[in-house]
Design a protein around this ligand. Sequence first.
Ligand code: LLP
Length: 418
Amino acid sequence: MHYFIYKDAELYCEDVPIKEIADQIRTPFYLYSHATLVRHFNAFDSAFDGIKHLTCFSVKSNSNIAILRLFARLGAGADIVSGGELYRAVKAGIDPAKIVYSGVGKREDEMEYALKSDILMFNVESHQELLVLNKVAERLNKTAKISIRVNPDIDPKTHPYISTGMKENKFGISIEDAVEEYKFAHRLNNIEIIGISCHIGSQLLDVKPFVDSLKRLLILKGKLKEAGISIRYLDIGGGLGIKYSDEQPPHPIEYAEAIKKEIKENDITLILEPGRVIVGNAGILVTRLLYKKEQGQKKFFIVDAGMNDLIRPSLYGSYHEICPIRKRNTPLVEVDIVGPICESGDFFARKRKIQDIEAGDLIAIMSAGAYGFVMSSNYNSRPRPCEVIVKGKEFFVIRERETYEDLIRGESIPAFLI
Ligand code: LLP
């Protein structure tokens, strides 16, 4: 359920007609609904009421500081994977004591920054990383609180690019080797073990893989206890899927109930790292039809957003619903909806049946709130779009559209060419 709704054939975001925003700020732009963000966060977080838990919003899914601030106000922590994400989270007002840091390739300077910020926990992903973290912490005279990210070898049955918890993936330490690694970590002077973490993949449509991996984590927790290592935090990552088309993802309540059933101990705090389930359906990409074109049997709708603005269809073949901002009483046409980028992979939909529209009309690419703007680029020297949030009857630009000057910021012509 979200707040992008038609009123008299006109698509609104909450109480604002989207056309009005487009007329004022040009296209393309990302548009988020405040009410949807709040509702999704609260629905997810409150589903875990009854057990000690911390919802660490996954910053990689949407890192705009206005959105992070909103979640900070709702009590969220953050799941980060880089120094840049730490910077954003802290700037936005997220309490560092609620920040967990995952990622297979943390650099020393990033570790240092996180240690100085006193984050809650590093999710360590390799033996070598553990050694480096211990060394950096020693240098700073600090103790790094850690979990080891284990790879539970569970098939999440999702797109191979976003599956992360199987043996062949680069993430985590295999669960069989975890006890030894924990024992090793336990002996390091500047490391304090506080948790176990995992993340098995994204856009999961079934609760079973989550429950299976949690069971493995709990077995590991038991083995660690026997070894004299106590665990206070269980971080089960993110990954709950959303509806893009006709998927039927579990409701957060169903997900939470299945997880809660497994957690009988009251000595642990559960950490969750949701991204997509909170922001995915709270945002859309608004674009304008530039040209219609027929090539043989094929019809193309060429719009003013491109794969540089939203890469998911090109990269994963992802489906995004596409809706006209103003519904017309026109017949359905089968079209490829493509962008202006010089690549055949620059498409938002192929062989899609949509209502016929005319050049100048606006369309919405739905479910673009997660992994949308954050994955955008300047390819073809296209300034990145702006981001807007609607709250009730008002809208606010939360990131300006880039300018041509922005495109060359930091570039310079060396002396030998002057
Ligand atoms: N925690 C960790 C350690 C992660 O790697 C991820 C996502 C999350 C949490 C959040 O997962 P979510 O709740 O959003 O599923 N670009 C891809 C998705 C990549 C996900 C990467 N990791 C896409 O557009 O579908």
